[in-house]
Write a protein that binds this ligand. Structure first.
Ligand code: NAD
Length: 242
C-alpha cells in the first residue's frame, strides 16, 4: 500500500480503468461475482445482446429496466470520490470506464471515457432521434418506441455483439500509452476489447490492479491489491495525504 500510494502521489497523469466492481459498494450488482447479474441470470448475456434487442424488445427491456434503470438514484461511493479527487489534483488524467452508471461524473470526475456507453439517453435506430432515459423509463407499454418510426428505442449502452462508440477506444489507447501509471480498479478484465488496454499501456509506466479477486492480468502487474475498491482507495488517499 505504501509503495502504491507513493506511485500515485508522484504520478503526473495516471490512466485509470474501472469496471462494475467500483460501483458494487453503491449497491449496483456487477456481472460475474456471486451476486452479479450474469451469475443470477444465465441468460443475461443473451438478453443484453443486439440480436435480443431487435428480436425480442419486450424481454430485453424487462431485463434492462430491472438490471440498470432501477439504479438511477444511486450515489457515488468512496471509490468514485477518491478517483475524482485525484483527477482534480492532477494525479489522474483519464478515467476510462466500462460502466454505464455515470457515477464517476456524479462524483465530480470531468474527463471520463465511457467505453460501453451510458444510461443518459436512448435513440431511434432508424431516424436517430435521441430521447432522455427518463422518458424511456416512463414510457407505457412493454418497450419504448420512437414517436415517428414506431420501432423500439435503443439505449445508448454498448450491447454484446455491438462495437464501441466511435473514437472512444482510440482515445483510451492514447491515454494508457502516455500514462506513467495505469490503475485498474474493480474489473474482472474479461471483457474485450477493454481488457486489451492493459497490454497497450506505456512500457515505461507502472501497472497496479485493485480488485476483490484475481484477474487474468495479475501476473503482468507491478502491484496487485486484493480488496474492496472504496476502502482501498480511501486508505491510499490517506497515505498520500499523511
Ligand atoms: P465483472 O462483473 O466482470 O467484474 C467485476 C469485478 O469486480 C470482479 O472481478 C469482482 O470480484 C470485482 N469486485 C466486485 N466488487 C468489488 C469491490 N467492491 N471492490 C473491488 N472489486 C470488486 O465486471 P466488468 O469487468 O466491469 O465487466 C462486465 C461488463 O458489464 C462491463 O461492461 C460492465 O461495465 C458492465 N456492467 C456495468 C455495471 C455498471 O455500470 N455499474 C454493472 C454491471 C455490469
Amino acid at each position: 500500500m505504501q509503495e502504491v500510494a507513493k506511485l500515485i502521489k508522484n504520478s503526473t497523469g495516471a490512466a485509470v480503468l474501472t469496471g462494475a466492481g467500483v460501483s458494487t459498494e453503491s449497491g449496483i450488482p456487477d456481472f460475474r461475482s456471486s451476486t452479479g447479474l450474469y451469475t443470477q441470470n444465465q441468460d443475461a448475456m443473451n438478453l443484453l445482446s443486439l440480436s435480443s434487442f431487435f428480436s425480442r424488445p419486450a424481454e430485453f427491456y424487462r431485463f434492462f429496466k430491472d438490471a440498470f434503470l432501477r439504479y438511477s438514484d444511486v450515489e457515488p461511493n468512496p471509490a468514485h470520490k477518491v478517483l475524482a479527487k485525484w483527477q482534480q489534483e492532477g494525479r489522474v488524467r483519464a478515467i476510462i470506464t466500462q460502466n454505464v452508471d455515470g457515477l464517476h461524473q456524479k462524483a465530480g470526475a470531468t474527463y471520463v471515457l465511457e467505453l460501453h456507453g451510458h444510461l443518459r439517453t436512448a435513440y431511434c435506430p432508424r431516424c436517430k432521434t435521441s430521447v432522455p432515459m427518463s422518458e424511456v423509463a416512463a414510457a407505457p407499454g412493454p418497450y419504448p418506441t420512437c414517436k415517428t418510426c414506431n420501432i423500439a428505442l435503443k439505449p445508448d449502452v454498448v450491447l454484446f455483439e455491438e462495437s464501441l462508440p466511435e473514437g472512444v477506444f482510440e482515445q483510451a489507447l492514447q491515454e494508457v500509452e502516455q500514462a506513467d501509471l495505469m490503475l485498474v480498479v474493480g474489473t474482472s478484465l474479461s471483457v474485450s476489447p477493454a481488457n486489451y488496454l492493459v497490454n497497450y499501456r506505456n512500457p515505461n509506466g507502472r501497472l497496479v490492479i485493485i480488485n476483490k479477486e484475481a484477474t487474468p492480468y495479475d501476473h503482468t502487474a507491478d502491484y496487485v491489491i486484493y480488496g474492496r475498491a472504496g476502502q482501498t482507495l480511501l486508505e491510499l488517499d490517506q497515505l498520500i495525504s499523511s
